[in-house]
Design a protein around this ligand. Structure first.
Ligand code: BTN
Length: 265
């Protein structure tokens, strides 16, 4: 496999080629503990702070998991974004981020779906994960750090994971992919902060991996079993439990309990 190294100029030129105005301060690193952690420690900035790295020594996943980050093979990318004060729909933001990534890779990998809230799934395997962390800066500004892990070239060593290489049999220039993702995130998040999640609901639901599937959702010490019924205009997951009671969730750990109905490949 020939690896094209990450390159700051290549990423910036690819963004310019789309004639997108995106005021970013881009940090391209060889090795870092975690790109999310790096951005947390950056001083306040008028620009969108972005960091990507060839490898992470302490890559973090959701629920305290480790994010395996082999050198040069995948995308480990974080973006620090200022949140408009009036935003009440933060739980929906991760859903919009997942849609932005899906849209950025759609031409390469059309059969990818989103498992609520924001995992990208192909053929029942995880392709990408997102870690959204809130910070309050010294000036009292609310900011969010969006961490994106996208498997590009690492070939699946177990049944739970996959990469773009596993899907297409091809290797991709990560610089171009990162540029696509940043452009897509910029337009999706600007629209989200102006108009909310409602404008994304239909498109998100078209990619909903869980729709009509039997799932269990665990929150703290409680588990709900039922059928997933899509998302609300606020991005909450709808679930009808086995007693017919309707629920809505803004968070939870999900497992598919039966593959009956097969709504998705
Ligand atoms: C998940 O568990 O699904 C979320 C994984 C998020 C991984 C990315 S890689 C770039 C950024 N830096 C981190 O330490 N984590 C996120």
């Amino acid at each position: 496999m020939t690896i094209t190294p990450l390159n700051k100029d290549s990423i910036l030129h690819a963004i310019e080629a789309f004639s997108t105005e995106m005021p970013i301060n881009l940090h391209v690193l060889t090795e870092i503990d975690s790109t999310n952690q790096f951005l947390k420690q950056r001083p306040p900035s008028a620009l969108i702070e972005v960091c990507c790295a060839e490898t992470q020594t302490l890559g973090r996943g959701r629920r305290g998991n480790t994010w395996h980050s082999p050198y040069g093979e995948n995308i480990y990318l974080s973006i620090r974004w200022k949140i408009p004060v009036a935003t009440l729909l933060l739980s929906a933001m991760g859903l919009v981020v997942s849609l932005a990534i899906l849209d950025a890779i759609h031409l390469i990998a059309p059969d990818v779906y989103i498992k609520w809230p924001n995992d990208l799934i192909w053929n029942m395997k995880k392709l990408s994960g997102i870690l959204v962390e809130m910070i309050t800066t010294v000036s009292g500004c609310q900011e969010v750090i969006i961490g994106v892990g996208l498997n590009v070239s690492t070939s699946a060593s177990c049944e739970a994971w996959c990469s773009l290489y596993d899907i297409t049999g091809k290797h991709y220039d990560r610089n171009k992919l990162i540029a696509h993702i940043l452009i897509s995130l910029n337009s999706h998040l600007n629209q989200f902060f102006q108009q909310g999640f409602g404008v994304f609901q239909a498109r998100w639901q078209a990619a909903d991996y869980l729709y009509q599937r039997a799932i269990s959702l665990t929150q703290a010490h409680q588990t709900f079993n039922g059928i997933a019924q899509g998302v609300t205009t606020q991005g909450l997951l709808r679930l009808v439990d086995n007693a017919g009671i309707h629920h809505m969730f803004s968070s939870g750990d999900i497992h598919i309990t039966a593959i009956d109905g097969q709504p998705r490949p």
